[in-house]
Design a protein around this ligand. Structure first.
Ligand code: SAM
Length: 275
């Protein structure tokens, strides 16, 4: 049997399909998620149900977002889960997750999002979800180990970059389960890990605009070998950087989220004054 065949389905590479089949790992992931009845659980990319089935055994209702039409169809007629599942056949990258909120105010109705994500779109998908961070209690995602390391990296670490700064503005990341390639069919070439992302209740820094932070962080890391005096020169000059008590001789990888937020707020104010 081809390694792309699993439970009668041929894995589609374009949808990043690597199906979990290791019960020990599946158990560990479900325990880390700790789903409870009454919670607003949302799975991205349920596929053949490796995580969906054990979660659906615990809870009465579960929303799943699946792009593959054949897999969505299987889930809608699943022998024991069909009554519990709200199957949304859509691209998770375009889905408005706030439509799943029953009440915007109640804390206990916030979304608990999880999924073994398609690796080809995992970073844009996380950026899309960060827009809904206020509506989310937590997220558990299976990702390439390298992406998990990027999410968790601190300033000065080799993998510290745009993803670390932006993710840590929204969430507290924690590694919860390490997963070898053999846990999947077909097996990916890389190691994986499950990360828990818990949105901050109050932002860790005061920010005037998220767009300014994006601009500063992206520009600084696009030329990560240069000092920020050089990489940011079209956005802020040396004097403006020094005034914020940020050393212009540093490279982006040495700056903290707090430094980036000061630069972003100053850039925002300068732009306001110029308008
Ligand atoms: N959860 C299953 C498991 O653990 O075995 C499948 C995981 S597989 C890595 C990723 C799943 O995401 C597939 O079912 C794939 O069809 C689905 N998928 C891919 N792109 C998607 C998208 N843009 N929106 C929603 N689902 C997507």
């Amino acid at each position: 049997m081809s390694s792309k065949q699993h439970l009668g389905h041929t894995a589609r590479k374009r949808f990043g399909q690597n199906f979990l089949h290791d019960d020990y790992i599946i158990d560990k992931i479900v325990s880390a998620i700790n789903p409870l009845s009454g919670q607003a659980l949302v799975e991205i990319g349920p596929g053949l149900g490796a995580l969906t089935e054990p979660v659906a055994e615990i809870v009465d209702k579960l929303t799943v977002v699946e792009l593959d039409r054949d897999l969505a169809k299987r889930l809608r007629s699943h022998p024991f889960m069909q009554d519990k599942l709200n199957v949304i056949e859509q691209d998770a990258l375009k889905f408005d997750f706030s439509t799943l909120l029953v009440s915007e105010k109640a804390d206990n109705s916030k979304l608990r999002v999880f999924g073994n994500l398609p690796y080809n779109i995992s970073t844009p998908l996380m950026f899309h979800l960060f827009k809904f961070a206020n509506s989310i209690q937590d997220m558990h995602f299976m990702l390439q180990l390298e992406v998990v390391k990027r999410l968790c990296a601190a300033s000065g670490d080799k993998l510290y970059g745009r993803l670390s700064v932006m993710a840590q503005y929204y969430c507290q990341p924690t590694v919860v389960v390490m997963v070898p390639p053999t846990a999947f069919k077909p097996a990916p070439k890389v190691d994986s890990a499950v990360v828990r992302l818990t949105p901050h209740k109050t932002p860790p820094v005061d920010l005037h605009s998220i767009d300014s932070l994006q601009t500063i962080v992206t520009t600084a890391f696009n030329q990560r070998r240069k000092t920020i005096r050089n990489s940011l020169k079209n956005l802020l000059n040396e004097e403006q950087i020094t005034k914020l008590s940020v050393n212009p001789e540093l490279r982006a990888e040495k700056l903290t989220l707090n430094d980036f937020s000061k630069l972003a707020n100053s850039y925002y104010e300068l732009n306001l004054n110029e308008q």
